[in-house]
Every structure is written in C-alpha cells, then in structure tokens.
Design a protein. Structure first.
Length: 205
C-alpha cells in the first residue's frame, strides 16, 4: 500500500509550508526539518533502548499517542516537539505505515522467567492483574486501547511503568495502568519488562 503524508512546518516568518512526503522516506531518511524516525526507533521500527518499538503496533493506538504528544496530553522531551511539527495527516500516515510493518518473530521465554508470574497471573494481593488480562494472550494487544507489549524494548516498558507509577504519565483508559503500576515493585517492573521484550509480536493491521 502506498502512503502519502503531508508535513507541515512553521517558517521563521510564521508562514506555513506543506509538502507531500512518502512515509517510508520520512521513516528512513527524514525530510522538511523532521529527523528520520529510524534514527531513534531503529531501521525497521524495532525500537532501541528506551525508544519504543513502533512496528506492528495498532495504528489507532499510535495515532492517539502522537496526537496526545502534539496536544500536551502526554509529555516527552524528544517526541513532543516532533509530534507538534507533524500535521494531522502526517501523524495518520506514519501510524498506518508502522502498523503495517512486521518483524521476524523471536523465540519466547519460558514460564521459568522471573517476569512470567506477574505477566500471566499478576499480584492480586496488591490488586495487580496479570498484564495479559488487558493486553491479551502473549501480550499481543487488544483493540485500540491496549497496545501490543510483546516484543517492545525492555527499557521502554520499564520507563513507562515507572512513569505510570509515579504519575508522570496519565493518558490511559480510566487510570488502569496507573493503578496497576503502583502495585509493582522495582524488581517486578524490571522482570516483567524483560519478559515481554523477549516475546514475539504479531503485526497489527
């Protein structure tokens, strides 16, 4: 499928310039003042360190995150200004582009992994449900509100859980993630993040 994005940037005199941009070009090479997405998120959108995986994530979820970053409902020192520089059409096109990008599957960890218990069963003594109860079997995602977390980078998952726990992130449905993260220990956050980072993820369409 051929995607076409429109990048909108404000000039020094306040003028607005619009130009047609292919999402693959923007993803891999950048253009019109926007850096290549690949420079932070990896050549295939696989994620790097604390920068999240984009490949295969539900398009509606990706679009919501870009919109929230652009409109101040979510804050990130690097991504907020980038999202603000994108037009709505560009955010839509890039979300669709990465949702349609698939990566090779990896061998999953076994139940002996230290993060498997919280991932699968939670910690109900602290009102923490199993992650798969919202994010689906294998962490592959459910609908538009619960993204795939399988195959996401461990550093990014840990950072987001810490942000939910501390209240620095709050753009989740009815506060579900904030409540769950508050019940997790630092060790559990590290272990469950590592567990999901090693799970294969099927691409959303």
């Amino acid at each position: 499928m051929q995607w076409t994005a429109v990048v909108v940037l404000a000039g020094t005199a306040g003028a607005v310039q619009a130009q047609s941009v292919n999402p693959a070009t923007l993803a891999n090479s950048g253009g019109d003042g926007l850096a290549a997405c690949a420079s932070c998120h990896g050549a295939q959108g696989e994620g790097q360190g604390a920068m999240p995986r984009l490949a295969g994530i539900n398009a509606a979820y990706l679009r919501k995150q870009l919109d929230d970053l652009a409109e101040g409902r979510r804050e990130h020192a690097l991504m907020s200004p980038i999202a603000k520089a994108m037009s709505p059409e560009t955010r839509e096109a890039m979300s669709g582009y990465y949702a349609a990008t698939a990566l090779p599957a990896s061998a999953p960890p076994g139940d002996a992994h230290p993060g498997a218990r919280v991932a699968q069963r939670g910690a109900w003594d602290r009102n923490v449900p199993g992650c798969v109860q919202c994010h689906g079997p294998g962490g592959r995602g459910v609908g538009d509100a619960f993204p795939p977390i399988a195959g996401q980078t461990a550093d990014y998952l840990s950072a987001q859980l810490e942000a939910w726990k501390a209240g620095r992130r709050s753009n989740d449905p009815i506060g579900l993630m904030q409540a769950a993260a508050r019940g997790l220990t630092a060790e559990e956050i590290r272990d469950v993040s590592d567990y999901f980072s090693k799970l294969p993820m099927e691409a959303s369409r």
